[in-house]
Design a protein around this ligand. Structure first.
Ligand SMILES: C[S@@+](CC[C@H](N)C(=O)[O-])C[C@H]1O[C@@H](n2cnc3c(N)ncnc32)[C@H](O)[C@@H]1O
Length: 271
């Protein structure tokens, strides 16, 4: 996936994604239980909300290093972060860290995009103190995650079925299969436990806010980009996809707020 190209839309949707993912980040940090003074690695921090929260947890005597592949995200994350954060622009799969070994690592939805996952997790393990813990949040099964399946279904109502995709290709659902995730981590030398949790995402701005967000990022937005590249995107097609999204996502509106069921694999791995 070309995260450099995707950074523009993602940064426009930053407030919405931060709000939607907040329950997952809270749970990830609760499990990571970071403590003052720790030196923490954050993998794929994007616009940086997890860096800000981890920096609070480790305090002024600790440090958080973000490793982020896309320069526009790295720039935004630096702008947003306090002084005890460094953001390195690099591929986590192969970077050699110019710093002491890390006491802990975390990632909010940042590890599903490696070209070679075993190589990436082995590289990350080499950067950790022996016995240090890495906590990850990865999306679970597609059918338990309408955050992905509902916009895809809405776009398909207008544009037809999407092109087939390899489930093991880099992408948000790369580790939907917890068994596969466990195998990859074990092969890379980690001792991993995976806890699969059902929770609700909390997108902001009600149904209109989430519809707008899904016109910017996600499966429907991706289909619209493909239509544009093929020279087929008309205002009518765009409006029809937006209407289909509003209609489909309406199922998740509760008293004017969005509550979108989700399934997340929380990984606790020991180096
Ligand atoms: C789904 S976004 C998650 C961003 C952020 N953690 C959040 O939840 O808002 C995935 C992030 O991982 C970054 N990323 C993808 N592959 C990477 C790699 N090989 N090394 C470092 N960062 C990577 C992307 O640029 C993007 O910022």
């Amino acid at each position: 996936m070309d995260w450099n190209a995707m950074a523009g839309p993602w940064l426009r949707a930053e407030a919405q994604t931060d709000a939607a993912h907040a329950p997952v980040l809270d749970e990830l940090l609760r499990r990571a239980a970071l403590s003052p003074g720790q030196h923490v690695l954050d993998i794929g921090p994007g616009a940086g909300i997890s860096l800000v929260r981890a920096a609070e947890a480790v305090g002024p005597t600790g440090h958080v290093t973000g490793v982020e592949i896309a320069p526009p995200f790295a720039a935004r994350a630096r702008m947003r972060s306090p002084g005890n954060v460094t953001v390195i622009e690099a591929d986590a799969q192969e970077v050699r860290f110019d710093s002491p070994l890390f006491d802990a690592a975390l990632s909010l939805f940042g590890v599903m995009f490696f070209r070679d996952s075993p190589a990436a997790f082995a590289n990350l393990r080499a950067a950790m103190e022996p016995g240090a813990r890495m906590h990850l949040a990865c999306w679970g099964a597609r059918e338990a995650n309408p955050y992905f399946s509902a916009p895809a279904a809405a776009a398909a109502r207008v544009l037809g079925p999407p092109p087939g995709a390899d489930p093991k290709a880099p992408g948000p659902l790369r580790f939907a299969d917890a068994h596969d995730l466990q195998t990859v981590l074990t092969d890379a030398g980690w001792r991993a436990e995976i806890d699969t949790v059902d929770l609700d995402l909390t997108p902001m701005g009600g149904l209109e806010g989430m519809t707008k967000m899904q016109m910017t990022i996600g499966a429907a937005a991706g289909r619209l980009r493909m239509e544009k590249e093929a020279g087929r995107l008309t205002p009518e097609v765009r409006a029809a996809v937006q209407d289909a999204l509003r209609d489909t996502l309406g199922a998740y509106e509760v008293a004017g707020e969005m509550r979108v069921p989700a399934q997340v694999h929380f990984v606790a791995a020991t180096a």
